[in-house]
Write a protein that binds this ligand. Structure first.
Ligand code: THG
Length: 650
């Protein structure tokens, strides 16, 4: 993630200046152009891979090494056609992708050489064309493996690639592209958001190691008219998943022609608070045409002009099937249209599963219900299913929570007999293949950092980490928070500090204010991604010191909302009623009364048993009075009276 205080270097600044002035032009397809050279097996081997055991024809990235003359000529043609940005010939420049050819060893050279030759062409072009500023974008393809989809239908929790492998591959590629001279990094043709999140994680690591701000452009592929990525996300859900990286631009490329992309570009333009890009294919594939695509340059130009006039785009270019003629036509059609104005996103918390889940205060945000039942600590039944390895039935629990109205599901495997990392990984991978569950964001719940991290490596959406705290001091807290930010999640911060769990209102508030300052000042953490949990503790226990526990929570919420602008508050609601275990009538009524007062104080979300909440107004008046006497600590004998009453409604 490039949340950094560093400044762009000279190239990045020039690009930023250009984007303020006008629509910027990308190049067109590399593959289509390579095809025109009618290259043979020898061309792919020339001087470097002569004795390689596998066929190399079609491994286009190698041409940067074996036929740099061809790749340079193509770059040059695009610049002459009017492209401001050319993409390096590195779509498959990862060990994962090169494994198909047993050419993992060529990856470094592919990236460094490709960036070098693109840069050479760009520099030469600028010399010959004073006044033109052109840029090199280091292309980072999606690889040929998906991190959130199983390639084996009979084995839905199998993955052909892990998040860690992707991070390692992308880190290497990004570093080598910069070393070769790329001005921009461009993870593109994203069909699985988890893959691109791994790329963004890698870029964020690299960002720490370079002394300027790296411009990052992200491009997603909307596979068909469902308007979703291959991994099932809508455009807005995707945007919410990647916006933590503070990209220069987010756009759409490949799979569709401009005409089919229109509704998705419209949607993206509406939600993106950064620049937008669009580089469509030359229409839909036509197997009868020579290049596989047959949209005429004028038509691509016409469609993209419409996008420009509608204010959908800041950058346009072409993907599969497009040629320098297409780019020329696009430039001609679009050059005098003013660039899109970046949308101002209202302050809010923007989460996602397959679908977006936005909490926007200025738009009357809803109270978010987080389903509590997929928690081995909170449900004996769920724990039993996990221990018995009955993951199908465990998924059913999650589906029921969502069907009952949970807007998010809390997932927890903290139990001595369960391998938390393995269970979290397996469960979340299975959840990923159930759209009825994975449409909502996930709250990854554990007291163990390694389990939280295992969960973060499985979710393509913008998730919530539950939780971190100051329990082990500031250094650990900030270290974990920085990682949460890099993974692109929101975070629950519990009101714990070095002295333990906060019980009194003032202690709760002080911890949250301290955490807020640390997160926003030291890490530039988005306040809307911070969710404070000031500890819902059990009342009516018979111990006098517990009588103010609910009041302390309500008052802490009220003050935290004031002192930590933009941050949210949450709590585990069912904790409050533990002393009435076994008496669901009293518990459910107590939960609804608790929520009524907590929401009034400003609570934004609660972990609840979705579908098992009494409607406040419908609770028996006598019971409600006794419950509120307890919650609001209105009389010294409140507990006694409620316990007495509870006996009658068991
Ligand atoms: N804050 C945050 N996270 C949390 C909590 C919190 N996560 C866990 C917990 N507290 C919230 N989740 C639950 C889930 C279930 C119950 C309570 C809290 C619960 N379960 C019944 C019981 O134990 O009696 C059900 C028993 C059963 O069905 O077996 O009450 O505070 N950030």
């Amino acid at each position: 993630m490039t949340v950094t205080n560093k400044q762009y270097n000279e190239r990045g600044q020039k690009l930023a200046d250009l984007l303020k002035k006008r629509i910027v032009f990308l190049d067109g397809a590399m593959g289509t152009m390579i095809q025109k050279y009618k290259l043979e097996e020898v061309d792919f081997r020339k001087g470097h891979f002569e004795d390689h055991k596998k066929d190399l024809k079609g491994n286009n990235d190698l041409l940067s090494i074996t036929r740099p003359d061809v790749i340079k000529a193509i770059h040059k043609q695009y610049l002459e056609a009017g492209s401001d940005i050319i993409e390096t010939n590195t779509f498959s420049g990862t060990k994962i992708a090169q494994a198909d050819y047993s050419l993992e060893s060529a990856v470094k050279a592919i990236n460094v050489e490709s960036a070098k030759i693109a840069k050479e062409v760009a520099i030469e072009f600028m010399k010959e064309n004073p006044g033109r500023e052109v840029f090199v974008a280091g292309a980072m393809g999606p690889t040929n493996r998906t991190a959130s989809i199983s390639p084996d239908v009979n084995n839905p929790d199998f993955r052909a690639v892990t998040y860690d492998e992707l991070v390692e591959n992308y880190y290497e590629q990004a570093k080598d592209l910069l070393e070769g001279g790329a001005d921009i990094l461009l993870p593109e043709t994203t069909f699985d958001t988890l893959n691109v999140k791994a790329a963004l994680f890698a870029i964020s690591k690299l960002q720490d190691e370079v002394d300027y701000k790296i411009p990052v452009m992200i491009s997603v592929t909307i596979t068909d008219n469902s308007g979703r990525t291959l991994s099932g996300q809508t455009v807005e859900a995707f945007f919410n998943s990647v916006n933590h990286s503070k990209p220069l631009s987010v756009g759409i490329n490949c799979a569709l022609g401009a005409e089919e992309m229109r509704p998705y570009m419209a949607e993206l333009a509406k939600v993106a608070n950064c620049y937008t890009s669009c580089y469509p294919n030359a229409g839909l594939p036509n197997p009868l045409s020579e290049t596989g695509y047959d949209e005429k340059p004028e038509d691509t130009g016409k469609f993209l002009r419409d996008f420009a006039e509608e204010g959908f785009v800041n950058m346009v270019g072409g993907c599969c099937g497009t040629t320098p003629d297409h780019i020329k036509a696009v430039v001609e059609a679009v050059k005098d249209v003013k660039p899109r104005e970046i949308s101002k996103k209202p302050l809010g918390t923007y989460l996602s599963g397959l679908e977006p889940m936005n909490l926007i205060p200025s738009q009357g945000k809803p109270f978010l219900m987080v389903g509590e039942r997929t928690n081995v600590m909170g449900s004996a039944a769920f724990a039993k299913l996990i221990k018995n390895n009955d993951y199908n039935a465990a998924l059913e629990v999650a589906a029921q929570q969502v069907a009952s109205g949970a807007n998010v599901i809390d997932v927890n495997f903290d139990e001595g007999m369960i391998d938390g990392v393995a269970a979290m990984t397996r469960f979340l991978r299975l959840v990923a293949s159930e759209p009825d569950i994975s449409k909502v964001p996930i709250m990854i719940d554990s007291s163990k950092w390694e389990v939280l991290e295992a969960g973060l490596k499985c979710v393509q959406g913008k998730a919530i980490v539950n939780s971190i705290s100051l329990k082990e001091g500031e250094e650990k807290f900030l270290e974990q928070a920085k990682l949460v930010q890099r993974y692109g999640a929101a975070v629950v911060v519990m009101a714990f500090d070095e002295t333990g769990q906060a019980v009194e209102k003032q202690h709760k508030v002080d911890i949250c204010v301290r955490a807020y300052k640390l997160l926003t000042e030291k890490l530039n953490f988005d306040p809307a991604d911070i969710i404070f949990d000031p500890n819902i503790l059990t009342v009516a226990t018979g111990i006098d010191e517990h009588n103010d526990y609910a009041v302390n929570f309500f008052e802490a919420v009220r003050e935290i909302k004031q002192k930590c602008p933009g941050a949210l508050t949450s709590g585990g609601v069912s904790n409050v009623s533990f002393s009435f275990r076994g008496n669901n009538v009293v518990r459910e009524a107590m939960h609804s009364a608790f929520l009524y007062h907590a929401i009034e104080a400003g609570l934004d979300m609660g972990i609840v048993n979705a579908g098992m909440l009494e409607v406040y107004e419908e609770v028996n008046k006598d019971l409600m009075t006794k419950i509120e006497d307890v919650l609001l600590n209105r009389r010294p004998d409140a507990t006694e009276l409620l316990v007495e009453y509870a006996e009658t409604v068991k």
